[in-house]
Design a protein around this ligand. Structure first.
Ligand code: CIR
Length: 257
């Protein structure tokens, strides 16, 4: 049964980091209600949801994906590109410690989990404003013994690599081709988002099902036409903080429960 680590929305989310969006007010109660629905969807799709308590002093701490990458063999504790986010790591490290050996990215390396796309033994890491070459080299060294091939990925026009591409099955990616060059994704086919839904490429895969944003119905239809079981959830309030779907959880297999 997969574990999904989540964290309750911080009361300070309105002070989140923003890169491509203008700041608008975020209603904390609405964000929490949507986040709870996201957690319920993960549970319905078969995850054991482990929710960490809110961190009132850390505005972006709901976006747990950015502080760790959990592989079958080990976890990489990241060093987020935004300095304001580095204190999010301690409690996520504590939550992961029972499940995996942990290797931490060291300064001057920076990488956000949102820039790390894992599909089988291929790992793509976006070179972005958050993630640098030093961290990619450290990541590659940490996972090389386990047979992972780590590729550097170019990204344009969005915050993270996974804003532009996520995996929906073992060999199929959903992509926004305006934000990433699809020729870099070896061994995989690419399905494009509907052109009217540029933010639709970030979906959560759980087995044969995917959790997608209800704001992107046309892309959801494209995904369903490939035979996938597509579930929809509204995270529009969290989107004001530049968060999408994968960023709100760390999902991994755990054989102890
Ligand atoms: C940030 O800029 O770090 C947050 N406001 C949003 C992070 C979203 N994370 C993700 O997509 N992996």
């Amino acid at each position: 049964m997969p574990v999904a680590i989540t964290r309750e929305v911080s009361s300070a989310i309105g002070a989140c980091e923003l890169t491509h969006l203008q700041r608008v007010p975020i209603d904390v109660d609405t964000a929490r209600t949507q986040h709870a629905a996201y957690e319920s969807a993960l549970a319905t799709m078969g995850c054991h949801v482990q929710r960490l308590p809110a961190q009132p002093g850390l505005p972006d701490s709901v976006f747990v994906e950015d502080v760790a990458v959990v592989l079958d063999e080990l976890a990489i504790l990241t060093r987020p590109g935004a300095e304001s986010r580095r204190r999010e790591r301690r409690t996520v490290e504590q939550a992961l410690a029972p499940h995996r050996n942990i290797v931490a990215i060291q300064a001057p390396g920076t990488v956000d989990g949102g820039d790390v796309l894992v599909s089988g033994r291929n790992v793509w890491i976006g070179l972005t404003s958050r993630s640098n070459q030093v961290a990619i080299n450290q990541f590659r060294a940490a996972v090389a013994n386990h047979g992972y091939r780590v590729h550097e990925a170019t990204v344009n026009g969005c915050l993270h690599l996974k804003s532009a591409v996520t995996a929906v099955s073992d060999n199929l990616l959903i992509v926004n081709p305006d934000w990433v060059d699809i020729t870099q994704f070896v061994d995989h086919r690419c399905l494009a988002v509907d052109p009217s839904e540029p933010g639709a490429a970030n979906v959560v895969r759980i087995g044969d099902a995917v959790l997608a944003g209800s704001a992107f119905p046309r892309t959801a239809e494209r995904l369903a036409q490939t035979g996938l079981n597509v579930q929809l959830v509204d995270t529009s309030e969290l989107a004001k903080a530049e968060g999408a779907l994968t960023c709100c959880s760390l999902i991994f297999e755990d054989h102890t429960i």
